[in-house]
Design a protein around this ligand. Structure first.
Ligand code: SF4
Length: 388
Protein backbone atom coordinates (compact mmCIF):
# COMPACT_ATOMS: atom_id res chain seq x y z
CA UNK A 1 0.00 0.00 0.00
CA UNK A 2 1.22 3.49 -0.73
CA UNK A 3 0.80 5.82 2.17
CA UNK A 4 0.31 9.45 1.39
CA UNK A 5 -1.22 11.02 4.40
CA UNK A 6 -1.82 14.54 5.60
CA UNK A 7 -4.92 16.39 6.81
CA UNK A 8 -5.95 17.45 3.31
CA UNK A 9 -5.46 13.96 1.95
CA UNK A 10 -7.44 12.39 4.80
CA UNK A 11 -10.36 14.71 4.10
CA UNK A 12 -10.14 13.89 0.41
CA UNK A 13 -10.33 10.17 1.15
CA UNK A 14 -14.05 10.45 1.98
CA UNK A 15 -15.84 9.06 -1.07
CA UNK A 16 -18.15 11.41 -2.95
CA UNK A 17 -20.43 8.46 -3.62
CA UNK A 18 -22.50 7.18 -0.76
CA UNK A 19 -23.58 3.55 -0.92
CA UNK A 20 -26.66 3.18 -3.03
CA UNK A 21 -26.12 6.14 -5.31
CA UNK A 22 -25.38 5.69 -9.00
CA UNK A 23 -21.67 6.53 -9.02
CA UNK A 24 -19.64 3.36 -9.55
CA UNK A 25 -16.12 4.69 -10.14
CA UNK A 26 -14.77 8.01 -8.90
CA UNK A 27 -11.13 8.72 -9.76
CA UNK A 28 -9.51 11.83 -8.35
CA UNK A 29 -6.15 13.36 -9.07
CA UNK A 30 -4.63 10.04 -10.11
CA UNK A 31 -0.88 10.15 -10.70
CA UNK A 32 1.35 7.28 -11.75
CA UNK A 33 5.07 7.84 -12.15
CA UNK A 34 7.59 5.22 -13.28
CA UNK A 35 11.23 5.08 -12.34
CA UNK A 36 13.28 4.17 -15.43
CA UNK A 37 16.95 4.16 -16.47
CA UNK A 38 16.45 7.57 -18.07
CA UNK A 39 14.57 9.22 -15.23
CA UNK A 40 11.04 9.54 -13.84
CA UNK A 41 8.25 9.10 -16.39
CA UNK A 42 5.04 10.87 -15.42
CA UNK A 43 2.72 8.46 -17.20
CA UNK A 44 -0.47 9.73 -15.55
CA UNK A 45 -0.34 13.19 -14.04
CA UNK A 46 -3.45 14.37 -12.22
CA UNK A 47 -6.37 12.68 -13.98
CA UNK A 48 -9.92 12.75 -12.54
CA UNK A 49 -13.13 11.23 -13.88
CA UNK A 50 -16.16 9.31 -12.74
CA UNK A 51 -18.52 6.71 -14.14
CA UNK A 52 -22.10 5.87 -13.25
CA UNK A 53 -23.44 2.32 -13.03
CA UNK A 54 -24.47 0.89 -16.38
CA UNK A 55 -22.86 3.73 -18.39
CA UNK A 56 -19.90 3.81 -20.78
CA UNK A 57 -16.94 6.14 -20.50
CA UNK A 58 -14.63 6.47 -23.51
CA UNK A 59 -10.98 7.36 -22.82
CA UNK A 60 -9.43 8.62 -26.05
CA UNK A 61 -5.95 9.70 -27.03
CA UNK A 62 -2.81 8.88 -29.00
CA UNK A 63 -0.58 5.92 -28.08
CA UNK A 64 1.46 6.67 -24.98
CA UNK A 65 -0.88 9.37 -23.61
CA UNK A 66 -1.50 7.37 -20.43
CA UNK A 67 -4.99 6.00 -21.08
CA UNK A 68 -4.12 2.33 -20.48
CA UNK A 69 -1.77 3.10 -17.56
CA UNK A 70 -4.63 5.01 -15.92
CA UNK A 71 -6.77 1.88 -15.78
CA UNK A 72 -3.85 -0.45 -14.95
CA UNK A 73 -3.03 1.83 -12.01
CA UNK A 74 -6.57 1.59 -10.70
CA UNK A 75 -6.40 -2.19 -10.91
CA UNK A 76 -2.98 -2.28 -9.20
CA UNK A 77 -1.39 -3.93 -12.25
CA UNK A 78 1.66 -1.66 -12.49
CA UNK A 79 4.84 -2.69 -10.66
CA UNK A 80 4.58 -1.71 -7.01
CA UNK A 81 7.41 -0.51 -4.80
CA UNK A 82 5.91 -1.86 -1.56
CA UNK A 83 5.25 0.69 1.13
CA UNK A 84 6.62 4.18 0.59
CA UNK A 85 5.88 7.13 2.84
CA UNK A 86 5.64 10.33 0.86
CA UNK A 87 7.32 13.39 2.31
CA UNK A 88 4.83 15.58 4.17
CA UNK A 89 4.47 19.21 3.21
CA UNK A 90 5.88 18.80 -0.30
CA UNK A 91 3.61 18.98 -3.34
CA UNK A 92 2.50 15.50 -4.32
CA UNK A 93 4.40 15.37 -7.66
CA UNK A 94 7.63 16.53 -5.94
CA UNK A 95 7.15 14.02 -3.10
CA UNK A 96 6.55 11.21 -5.61
CA UNK A 97 9.66 12.09 -7.62
CA UNK A 98 11.82 12.20 -4.47
CA UNK A 99 10.39 8.89 -3.20
CA UNK A 100 11.09 7.17 -6.51
CA UNK A 101 14.62 8.58 -6.70
CA UNK A 102 15.32 7.21 -3.24
CA UNK A 103 14.22 3.68 -4.01
CA UNK A 104 16.71 1.43 -5.75
CA UNK A 105 14.02 -0.46 -7.70
CA UNK A 106 12.72 0.27 -11.18
CA UNK A 107 9.13 0.57 -10.14
CA UNK A 108 6.06 2.77 -10.26
CA UNK A 109 4.17 4.84 -7.73
CA UNK A 110 0.46 5.72 -7.89
CA UNK A 111 -1.29 8.31 -5.74
CA UNK A 112 -4.72 9.86 -5.66
CA UNK A 113 -8.05 8.19 -5.04
CA UNK A 114 -9.99 5.67 -7.10
CA UNK A 115 -13.27 4.87 -5.37
CA UNK A 116 -15.05 1.78 -6.63
CA UNK A 117 -18.31 2.11 -4.71
CA UNK A 118 -17.06 2.95 -1.22
CA UNK A 119 -13.61 1.30 -1.51
CA UNK A 120 -10.53 3.22 -2.58
CA UNK A 121 -8.77 0.80 -4.94
CA UNK A 122 -5.45 2.55 -4.34
CA UNK A 123 -5.68 1.80 -0.61
CA UNK A 124 -7.31 -1.64 -0.36
CA UNK A 125 -5.16 -4.67 0.44
CA UNK A 126 -3.62 -6.69 -2.37
CA UNK A 127 -5.80 -9.68 -1.49
CA UNK A 128 -8.97 -7.54 -1.72
CA UNK A 129 -7.76 -6.15 -5.04
CA UNK A 130 -7.27 -9.71 -6.34
CA UNK A 131 -10.87 -10.50 -5.36
CA UNK A 132 -12.13 -7.41 -7.15
CA UNK A 133 -10.11 -8.11 -10.33
CA UNK A 134 -11.89 -10.66 -12.46
CA UNK A 135 -14.85 -10.66 -10.09
CA UNK A 136 -16.30 -7.16 -9.72
CA UNK A 137 -14.04 -5.54 -12.33
CA UNK A 138 -12.94 -7.34 -15.49
CA UNK A 139 -10.62 -6.26 -18.30
CA UNK A 140 -10.36 -7.19 -21.96
CA UNK A 141 -7.29 -6.41 -24.01
CA UNK A 142 -6.53 -5.51 -27.61
CA UNK A 143 -5.04 -8.79 -28.73
CA UNK A 144 -6.94 -11.85 -27.49
CA UNK A 145 -4.18 -14.19 -28.69
CA UNK A 146 -1.77 -12.78 -26.14
CA UNK A 147 -4.40 -12.82 -23.40
CA UNK A 148 -5.57 -16.40 -23.89
CA UNK A 149 -3.15 -19.20 -23.03
CA UNK A 150 -2.52 -20.94 -26.39
CA UNK A 151 -1.87 -24.37 -24.86
CA UNK A 152 -4.96 -24.53 -22.63
CA UNK A 153 -8.45 -25.25 -23.96
CA UNK A 154 -10.65 -22.18 -23.77
CA UNK A 155 -13.16 -24.10 -21.64
CA UNK A 156 -10.52 -24.76 -18.99
CA UNK A 157 -9.54 -21.09 -19.00
CA UNK A 158 -13.17 -20.02 -18.55
CA UNK A 159 -13.79 -22.65 -15.85
CA UNK A 160 -10.73 -21.47 -13.93
CA UNK A 161 -12.07 -17.89 -14.02
CA UNK A 162 -15.37 -19.10 -12.50
CA UNK A 163 -13.73 -21.30 -9.84
CA UNK A 164 -11.40 -18.49 -8.74
CA UNK A 165 -14.28 -16.25 -7.74
CA UNK A 166 -17.17 -18.59 -6.91
CA UNK A 167 -17.78 -21.51 -4.57
CA UNK A 168 -19.20 -23.88 -7.21
CA UNK A 169 -18.39 -27.36 -8.49
CA UNK A 170 -16.37 -27.89 -11.68
CA UNK A 171 -19.52 -29.20 -13.37
CA UNK A 172 -21.43 -26.02 -12.53
CA UNK A 173 -18.48 -23.90 -13.66
CA UNK A 174 -18.42 -25.74 -16.99
CA UNK A 175 -22.16 -25.18 -17.46
CA UNK A 176 -21.64 -21.50 -16.78
CA UNK A 177 -18.75 -21.41 -19.28
CA UNK A 178 -20.91 -22.97 -22.00
CA UNK A 179 -23.66 -20.44 -21.27
CA UNK A 180 -21.16 -17.54 -21.40
CA UNK A 181 -19.84 -18.70 -24.80
CA UNK A 182 -23.38 -19.02 -26.15
CA UNK A 183 -24.19 -15.52 -24.81
CA UNK A 184 -21.38 -13.98 -26.88
CA UNK A 185 -22.55 -15.77 -30.02
CA UNK A 186 -20.18 -18.75 -30.24
CA UNK A 187 -22.13 -21.40 -32.19
CA UNK A 188 -22.21 -24.96 -30.78
CA UNK A 189 -20.73 -23.67 -27.53
CA UNK A 190 -20.99 -27.04 -25.76
CA UNK A 191 -18.58 -28.52 -28.32
CA UNK A 192 -16.35 -25.54 -28.99
CA UNK A 193 -15.60 -25.20 -25.28
CA UNK A 194 -13.03 -28.00 -25.76
CA UNK A 195 -11.17 -26.19 -28.56
CA UNK A 196 -7.86 -24.39 -28.24
CA UNK A 197 -7.55 -20.62 -28.93
CA UNK A 198 -5.85 -21.17 -32.33
CA UNK A 199 -8.99 -22.97 -33.54
CA UNK A 200 -10.94 -19.68 -33.34
CA UNK A 201 -10.79 -16.70 -35.71
CA UNK A 202 -9.64 -13.28 -34.37
CA UNK A 203 -13.22 -12.06 -33.92
CA UNK A 204 -14.27 -15.30 -32.21
CA UNK A 205 -11.26 -15.12 -29.89
CA UNK A 206 -12.29 -11.60 -28.90
CA UNK A 207 -15.80 -12.96 -28.19
CA UNK A 208 -14.18 -15.60 -25.95
CA UNK A 209 -12.31 -12.83 -24.11
CA UNK A 210 -15.57 -10.95 -23.61
CA UNK A 211 -17.20 -14.15 -22.32
CA UNK A 212 -14.31 -14.60 -19.89
CA UNK A 213 -14.54 -10.99 -18.72
CA UNK A 214 -18.29 -11.17 -18.16
CA UNK A 215 -18.49 -14.69 -16.78
CA UNK A 216 -18.54 -13.48 -13.17
CA UNK A 217 -21.03 -10.71 -13.94
CA UNK A 218 -18.70 -7.79 -13.13
CA UNK A 219 -20.04 -4.34 -12.29
CA UNK A 220 -17.31 -2.74 -14.38
CA UNK A 221 -15.70 -3.88 -17.63
CA UNK A 222 -12.51 -2.19 -18.80
CA UNK A 223 -12.00 -2.71 -22.52
CA UNK A 224 -8.54 -1.68 -23.75
CA UNK A 225 -8.68 -1.19 -27.53
CA UNK A 226 -10.89 -4.31 -27.84
CA UNK A 227 -11.52 -3.89 -31.57
CA UNK A 228 -8.22 -2.47 -32.84
CA UNK A 229 -6.88 -5.80 -34.10
CA UNK A 230 -10.14 -6.68 -35.90
CA UNK A 231 -11.47 -5.92 -39.38
CA UNK A 232 -14.27 -3.34 -39.58
CA UNK A 233 -17.10 -5.85 -39.96
CA UNK A 234 -15.98 -7.87 -36.93
CA UNK A 235 -15.34 -4.61 -35.09
CA UNK A 236 -18.98 -3.58 -35.62
CA UNK A 237 -20.19 -7.01 -34.45
CA UNK A 238 -18.08 -6.85 -31.28
CA UNK A 239 -19.25 -3.32 -30.44
CA UNK A 240 -22.87 -4.31 -30.94
CA UNK A 241 -22.32 -7.42 -28.79
CA UNK A 242 -20.81 -5.29 -26.01
CA UNK A 243 -23.80 -2.91 -26.17
CA UNK A 244 -26.24 -5.81 -25.94
CA UNK A 245 -24.42 -7.44 -23.03
CA UNK A 246 -24.31 -4.08 -21.26
CA UNK A 247 -28.08 -3.75 -21.65
CA UNK A 248 -28.65 -7.30 -20.40
CA UNK A 249 -26.28 -7.16 -17.41
CA UNK A 250 -26.18 -3.43 -16.55
CA UNK A 251 -22.37 -3.48 -16.66
CA UNK A 252 -20.54 -0.14 -16.70
CA UNK A 253 -17.78 0.03 -19.33
CA UNK A 254 -14.58 2.01 -19.64
CA UNK A 255 -13.62 1.90 -23.33
CA UNK A 256 -9.98 2.80 -23.96
CA UNK A 257 -9.39 3.66 -27.61
CA UNK A 258 -7.59 5.95 -30.04
CA UNK A 259 -10.63 5.78 -32.32
CA UNK A 260 -13.19 8.58 -31.98
CA UNK A 261 -15.51 6.58 -34.27
CA UNK A 262 -15.68 3.76 -31.70
CA UNK A 263 -16.35 6.27 -28.94
CA UNK A 264 -19.19 7.87 -30.92
CA UNK A 265 -20.86 4.48 -31.16
CA UNK A 266 -20.62 3.29 -27.58
CA UNK A 267 -19.80 6.02 -25.06
CA UNK A 268 -22.05 8.18 -22.88
CA UNK A 269 -19.15 10.36 -21.76
CA UNK A 270 -15.65 10.96 -23.11
CA UNK A 271 -12.30 11.90 -21.58
CA UNK A 272 -9.76 13.09 -24.16
CA UNK A 273 -6.25 12.51 -22.83
CA UNK A 274 -3.07 14.19 -23.98
CA UNK A 275 0.41 13.64 -22.53
CA UNK A 276 -0.78 12.01 -19.28
CA UNK A 277 -3.49 14.59 -18.55
CA UNK A 278 -7.14 15.11 -19.40
CA UNK A 279 -7.54 17.78 -22.08
CA UNK A 280 -11.33 17.63 -22.26
CA UNK A 281 -14.18 15.73 -20.59
CA UNK A 282 -17.79 15.88 -21.77
CA UNK A 283 -20.94 13.95 -22.66
CA UNK A 284 -20.36 12.25 -26.01
CA UNK A 285 -22.72 14.46 -28.05
CA UNK A 286 -21.10 17.58 -26.66
CA UNK A 287 -17.63 16.41 -27.73
CA UNK A 288 -18.81 16.06 -31.34
CA UNK A 289 -21.07 19.13 -31.42
CA UNK A 290 -19.02 21.62 -29.37
CA UNK A 291 -15.44 20.38 -28.97
CA UNK A 292 -13.65 22.91 -26.77
CA UNK A 293 -9.98 21.96 -26.92
CA UNK A 294 -7.53 22.42 -29.81
CA UNK A 295 -6.32 18.83 -29.41
CA UNK A 296 -9.88 17.51 -29.75
CA UNK A 297 -10.27 19.70 -32.86
CA UNK A 298 -7.19 18.01 -34.30
CA UNK A 299 -8.52 14.53 -33.51
CA UNK A 300 -11.90 15.30 -35.08
CA UNK A 301 -10.27 16.89 -38.10
CA UNK A 302 -8.20 13.79 -38.72
CA UNK A 303 -11.28 11.51 -38.84
CA UNK A 304 -11.94 10.20 -42.35
CA UNK A 305 -15.55 10.90 -43.36
CA UNK A 306 -17.43 9.42 -46.28
CA UNK A 307 -19.75 12.37 -46.81
CA UNK A 308 -17.10 15.08 -47.06
CA UNK A 309 -15.06 15.92 -50.11
CA UNK A 310 -11.60 16.45 -48.61
CA UNK A 311 -8.43 15.60 -50.47
CA UNK A 312 -6.24 15.53 -47.41
CA UNK A 313 -7.14 14.87 -43.79
CA UNK A 314 -6.13 17.44 -41.21
CA UNK A 315 -3.10 16.38 -39.24
CA UNK A 316 -1.78 17.47 -35.87
CA UNK A 317 1.78 18.66 -36.52
CA UNK A 318 4.70 17.31 -34.45
CA UNK A 319 4.88 14.46 -31.98
CA UNK A 320 3.48 13.97 -28.47
CA UNK A 321 6.04 15.14 -25.88
CA UNK A 322 8.31 12.85 -23.90
CA UNK A 323 6.74 12.17 -20.52
CA UNK A 324 10.26 12.12 -19.06
CA UNK A 325 10.59 15.82 -19.72
CA UNK A 326 7.22 17.30 -20.72
CA UNK A 327 7.33 20.90 -21.97
CA UNK A 328 6.62 23.68 -19.46
CA UNK A 329 3.09 25.07 -19.40
CA UNK A 330 0.42 23.44 -21.53
CA UNK A 331 1.77 20.13 -22.81
CA UNK A 332 0.04 20.63 -26.14
CA UNK A 333 1.65 24.06 -26.70
CA UNK A 334 4.50 22.87 -29.03
CA UNK A 335 1.86 21.47 -31.42
CA UNK A 336 -0.92 23.98 -30.89
CA UNK A 337 -1.48 26.62 -33.56
CA UNK A 338 -3.50 28.71 -31.06
CA UNK A 339 -0.72 28.85 -28.39
CA UNK A 340 0.19 32.19 -26.82
CA UNK A 341 2.63 33.29 -24.09
CA UNK A 342 0.65 32.09 -21.10
CA UNK A 343 0.38 28.59 -22.61
CA UNK A 344 4.17 28.18 -22.41
CA UNK A 345 4.31 29.25 -18.74
CA UNK A 346 1.25 27.77 -17.00
CA UNK A 347 -0.34 24.36 -16.94
CA UNK A 348 -4.09 24.63 -17.66
CA UNK A 349 -6.38 22.70 -15.31
CA UNK A 350 -9.64 21.06 -16.34
CA UNK A 351 -12.40 23.68 -15.82
CA UNK A 352 -16.14 23.43 -16.53
CA UNK A 353 -17.45 25.53 -19.42
CA UNK A 354 -20.00 28.25 -18.61
CA UNK A 355 -22.66 26.68 -20.83
CA UNK A 356 -22.48 23.12 -19.46
CA UNK A 357 -21.04 22.13 -16.06
CA UNK A 358 -20.60 18.55 -17.30
CA UNK A 359 -18.34 19.74 -20.15
CA UNK A 360 -14.82 20.56 -18.94
CA UNK A 361 -11.67 21.53 -20.84
CA UNK A 362 -8.09 22.48 -20.03
CA UNK A 363 -7.23 25.37 -22.34
CA UNK A 364 -6.49 29.07 -21.78
CA UNK A 365 -8.27 30.32 -24.91
CA UNK A 366 -11.34 32.38 -24.07
CA UNK A 367 -14.65 30.59 -24.39
CA UNK A 368 -15.99 32.79 -27.19
CA UNK A 369 -12.98 31.99 -29.36
CA UNK A 370 -13.30 28.29 -28.57
CA UNK A 371 -17.01 28.24 -29.39
CA UNK A 372 -16.32 30.02 -32.69
CA UNK A 373 -13.54 27.59 -33.59
CA UNK A 374 -15.68 24.62 -32.52
CA UNK A 375 -18.47 25.76 -34.88
CA UNK A 376 -15.97 26.17 -37.72
CA UNK A 377 -14.36 22.75 -37.15
CA UNK A 378 -17.71 20.97 -36.84
CA UNK A 379 -19.00 22.66 -40.03
CA UNK A 380 -15.80 22.00 -41.95
CA UNK A 381 -15.80 18.33 -41.23
CA UNK A 382 -19.57 17.88 -41.24
CA UNK A 383 -19.53 16.40 -37.77
CA UNK A 384 -23.25 16.36 -37.22
CA UNK A 385 -25.53 14.80 -34.69
CA UNK A 386 -25.71 11.62 -36.72
CA UNK A 387 -21.99 11.02 -36.10
CA UNK A 388 -22.56 10.78 -32.41
FE1 SF4 B 1 -3.29 25.52 -27.13
FE2 SF4 B 1 -2.79 27.23 -25.17
FE3 SF4 B 1 -5.07 25.92 -25.21
FE4 SF4 B 1 -2.80 24.64 -24.67
S1 SF4 B 1 -3.75 26.25 -23.44
S2 SF4 B 1 -4.40 23.96 -26.01
S3 SF4 B 1 -1.39 25.71 -26.02
S4 SF4 B 1 -4.37 27.41 -26.70
Amino acid sequence: MITDTGPADQAAQEPAASPGDELLLDVRDLRTYFKTDDGIVKAVDGVSFSLERGKTLGIVGESGCGKSVTMLSILGLNPKPGSIDLEEGASRPDAMIRALRETSKFTSLSTGEAYFGSEDLLSVSRSRLREIRGGEIAMIFQDPMTSLNPVIKIGDQLIEAVLLHNDVSKKEARARAVEALADVGIPRAERRIDDYPHQFSGGMRQRVMIAMALINDPQLLIADEPTTALDVTTQAQILSLMRKLQEDHGTAIVMITHDLGVVAEVADEVVVMYAARAAERAPVNSIYEQPMHPYTWGLLGSLPRLETDVERLMQIPGQPPSLLRPPPGCRFSPRCSYAFDRCRRELPELEPTTFDPTHSQACFLDEETKLGEARRIVRAFAVDEGAA
